[in-house]
Structures are given as structure tokens and as C-alpha cells.
Design a protein around this ligand. Sequence first.
Ligand code: 5AD
Ligand code: SF4
Length: 437
Amino acid sequence: MTQPKKLFIKTYGCQMNVYDSERMSEALGGEGYVTTDRPDDADMILLNTCHIRERAAEKVYSELGRYKSLKAEKPDLKIGVAGCVAQAEGEEIMRRQPMVDLVVGPQSYHRLPELAARAGAGAKALDTEFPEEDKFAHLAARPKAARGPTAFLTVQEGCDKFCAFCVVPYTRGAEVSRPADRVIAEAHDLVKRGVREITLLGQNVNAYHGHEGGLAGLIHALAEIDGLLRIRFTTSHPNDMDDALIAAHGECEKLMPYLHLPVQAGSDRILKRMNRQHTAEEYVRLIERLRAARPDLHLSGDFIVGFPEETEEDFQATLDLIDEVRYGSAFSFKYSTRPGTPAAERDQLSEEVKDERLQRLQALLVKHQRAAQDAMVGREVGVLFEKPGRFAGQMVGKSDHLHAVHVAADGIAPGDLRRVRIVESGPNSLMGELVTL
Ligand code: 5AD
Ligand code: SF4
């Protein structure tokens, strides 16, 4: 019997890449590959890359450098670059790192088996087209193996917003929604395999238009699936938060009270220069409407500090907005120039200013995050258990609000959704006790 070939995939960046990596390894499974978690054991190494900030893109080249000696020892080893760096840099990658055999952009993953075969035959293979067909429809059907209680499901890709700092509209292309019937069929399939919580993914997921009534329509349809207990979605743009989706946060019990809704900055002048197409006030009013629909909603956001022309006063407006919204969690970044985006051409702030602002911003975000976590003590929440906890005899799961919660494991299995009373707030997680009825 021939040995199966081994595939090592390393995933960078966002959750959409995590989903894509799963689908790519499934597609290559049909070509006789099994996955390994050791690059030195692999016949093919695939880096699924991220181009969102400069550092993310640089990591790819340093990682490739590390594989040089492996390739020297094992000339049959195939090395591929997928994802947004592949899309943005294309052939340039093979010029900088000639040992790369295969470059595939995010819209061409359905062509991966064919590209892998070409690379296997000793040719260089490159595909960074934006083809018309739905890549997921052409990727191998997902295998039937059992899986953990949570899963990502990409429903939308690309972005038409063109924020002045962002490469996504260039690397992922225009907004495309997957048809609802395919999404619903995939969700049914995931539930049959043990999934209890699905996070719908899209670069601009709330612009989804593959179902009547948009994303809200899709969420209501998915909520009908028996055995699917929880629905989440990410990432959203404030301007695509329509009335039906706001209302769904109050109407749909399976839609969890946690929303990632990036604002990026709190100064109207900077928001305008970022081409965000809304003001800080409009964003805050939107949050109020969401909280009216779902009072215990936890908000999460993304922030950029040191965007070109950001003054201390502009930065202060971001801090004020954070104090007003009181985020339960957040991600924050120093502005990073991205080739081809409008803001890259403007005068840049110094690294010192960016560093100092990032520190102040993060201190404030941590304070609110801490307060939101501590405020859970004494409350009852749903927890979907996933796996054994850090300490013997514990299980850990995620609360409705996405906090990690540890509970004494007695009688709990992965995939169980139980009511839990929170008794303590630790450094990174909550401790709770099962509520017995
Ligand atoms: N510099 C810094 N952060 C960025 N993001 C996107 N582009 C840049 C950039 N050029 C951040 C935004 C976005 C998140 C995914 O990454 O905050 O919401
Ligand atoms: Fe990038 Fe998000 Fe703006 Fe689209 S909405 S351009 S993905 S930051």
C-alpha cells in the first residue's frame, strides 16, 4: 500500500482563513493527503497568509526562510503560499523565494487539487484570478467525520467599502454572498457531525444578500435547525446593520448576545479620512438601538491608532467613544501602511506616537474588558462546553457572551449547553457552577 502524502497547513490572520484552511485540507484529502502538525514530516507545506498589516505579510517570508533547509533535505517537498499575501504579491513570491512551488489566491482554492498536481509534476503553479464560479461549491464536499461543538461557516466574502487603510477589497475582491440553500445545507451537515454553534463569517458579513431579508433572514432560517443551539456572526460594518438585523438580536434566542462591530476611530475628521462613511455619533446611536433590542449585548470592536493626520485631540475622541460604549472586548492596532491603499500615500505619524497611543488605548480597553468580565459574577449564563479545562476535573466552554468559563466536570460532556452561575472572575476566564433545576 502506498503511504498517504502528508500536508502541513499553517494559518495566519482572521477566522475566514481558519475556515479556508479546513476546506483546503479537505479538498486535498481527496487527492490522498492527510494532515500533519509537523512541517518536517510533510510532503506539502501550505501557508495560508494574511496581508492586513505589514508585520503579518513579513511573517510569511521569514517562515518561508525557515523551510529552506527542509527543502534542501527533501527536494520532493512542495511549498505553497495561499491567502491574501498570495493574492497581493502573486509571482513576486516565487521571485523572492524560488523554492515556492505553488501560489494560490483566496478565490481559487477550488483549483487547488489541480495546482497541487501540477506542482507535484515539477511545474510552478500560480492562480490569483477572481473567477466567476463559487469556489466553495466546487471544493470537495465536507467529509462526514465527527467534529467539535463549534464551527465557522463562511457565507460572504470580499468588501466594497474601501476604507482608506484596508487591503481587503483588493485581496479578497468585491462582495459576494453564497446562496442561502448551500449555506443551510452545510449548516445541517455540520450539526449532524456534532456542531452546536455556528459562527457565520464574512469580511463584511452583515452585507450578506444571499437570502431574502439579508443576514437576518439567514439567521432566522438557520435558527430553525434542530440541534443547532447557537448562532454568531462576524465581522460587520455599522452601515450594513439594518433594522431586521438589529431586531433579530431581541427576537432570535439562538443569536448570541455578543457583537463585533468595529468603529476604528472616534473622531469624525479621522472617520471621514478613513472613508468609513459614518460619524461617531451615528455609531453610538446604533449601539443604543442594539442594546435596546438586547440589553445584555456585549460589544467588541477594532481600533486603529496613529492613522495619518491623527492629532492628540482626535485620539482623545477615540478614548471618549470607548468610555461611552464600554466594550466587553476589543482588538487594537497601530496603523500600518499597505501598498495600493489611499492612506499609504499620506504623511505618516512617528512610531513613537503610535506606540504611546496604542499603550493608552489598550490600558483603557483592558479596564473595560475587566469590568465587563467581573460584572458577570453572580449572573446565570448559558455555557457550551468544549473540552477539559486547564486543571484536572474541570471542563471549559464559552458563555453566551463569549467568556471562557471553567466548571467542575462532573456529568458534563463536550457539546453540552448548560446553565451556569458565575462565581468568580479570574485573570482570563470565569469560574462557574452548574445550575441544577
Ligand atoms: N493598519 C492597521 N490596522 C488595520 N486593520 C485593517 N487594515 C489595517 C491597517 N492598514 C485592522 C482594522 C480591521 C482589522 C481586521 O484590522 O481595525 O477592522
Ligand atoms: Fe476593510 Fe472592513 Fe473597511 Fe472592508 S469594511 S475595507 S474589510 S476595514
